[in-house]
Design a protein around this ligand. Sequence first.
Ligand SMILES: *[C@@H]1O[C@H](CO)[C@@H](O)[C@H](O)[C@H]1NC(C)=O
Length: 435
Amino acid sequence: MPTFPRVSPGRWRERASRGLISALSLLVFAFLDLVDFVLCFFFRFVDGVLEGNPIPCYCWNRREKQGSPDGVGEEEEVSETLYGRRNLFREIGLVSYGGRSGEKEGKGASRSTRRWSDCGCESCISWQGKEEEKLYLMVREPSQARNHWGNSFESVIFLHGFLSSSSLWLETVFPNLSEVAKHNFRVFAVDLLGFGGSPKPTNCMYRLKEHLEMIEKSVVKPFQLSSFHLVAHSMGCIIALALAAKYPESVKSITLIAPPYFSSTEVRASHTALNRLAERKIWPPLLFGSAIMSWYEHLGRTVCFIYCRNHAMWEWILKLLTWRRDLNFMITDLTKHTHHSAWHTMHNVICGAMKLMDKHLEVVNEVGISVKIIQGDRDQVVPLECSYSMKSKLPLADLKIIANADHNTVMVGREKDFTRELEQIWFTSIESKLS
Ligand SMILES: *[C@@H]1O[C@H](CO)[C@@H](O)[C@H](O)[C@H]1NC(C)=O
């Protein structure tokens, strides 16, 4: 640094508090490393007793790639972050026993068996026993068979983010669609694999390709979509870009809201994503929560066991406390997953698929699909720099930063403006096609 500006007392206080948070974070996370280490033995024992042939955890396998013959040659493996997470106690190498390597996915667990730590309420297992596994889908048909411009109508697919569901769109955009949009567009909102009312199989690795396959099987193919727009929030953006790269001729526009993106030219892109999106810090609390759920397999499973498995009871208590008949959809959506589905989606999509992003962005850029990126400047979940670095990869994209909005209030609370923005994008892309 060439100059040393004088530090004002305010800045000094800020630096001191940041230092204190870092020091405390180190201590707290060292302790959590120990707790997770101990919980590993607990779950191993209980799973053994209750499940007979349980799904093994990722704690002890450091062999990563070489030990896995079925991983070789496969384009998309599981994320390195599943195996390569730091843990003080594992690194000391106190104990070591065989992990998952060389095993077929989810051996011992059939597709629909429920783990003892998962909720078995009717709405959580409603996907089981259906003939064919498809995503939970909300469709709203247009009120006219032909649109305003004389062609057959266009479709829009909405993809939600992590720990969310199609309610995100049903409660914000859908009720605010203008009459013109309602007449001319067929809108689809899916619950992603492992979330909301969609299947949550225990023998699935929830990689990007599995999420894509389900969307194809549930929406693109059955509705024979050959022309559609995409709207995605947060993690949904990773899936939307992959879908666009796979159907470059069909995708007419992509709207990405708070897209998590770190350049994949970086080595260990998946670790960068984990470290940046779930930094091991105790403050702010939101970050602390995501760090616990993303770094600690067993601690996360314990939280899910306490909270998700008993969600009906917690919802009842919350309603009582807040004196309300209905809870906000964002609260009820938080529990609509299993630990297995959320843990693997976090690692295999948000972290593991980061290295595929540049390839997808290149396709989108080459084909010239119209892209709009929207993010709030107060986003605490996805750093604002993600939108800027994505814009640098997509020079033609339109970037809009919303002042005083965070990861959710970029849509929630400004539903009407947000919906108008979306409609503008769809209409513009149709008009540019006609002209
Ligand atoms: C827009 O959506 C919000 C949130 O669902 C709702 O409160 C509001 O009434 C909607 N506006 C219109 C015009 O429907």
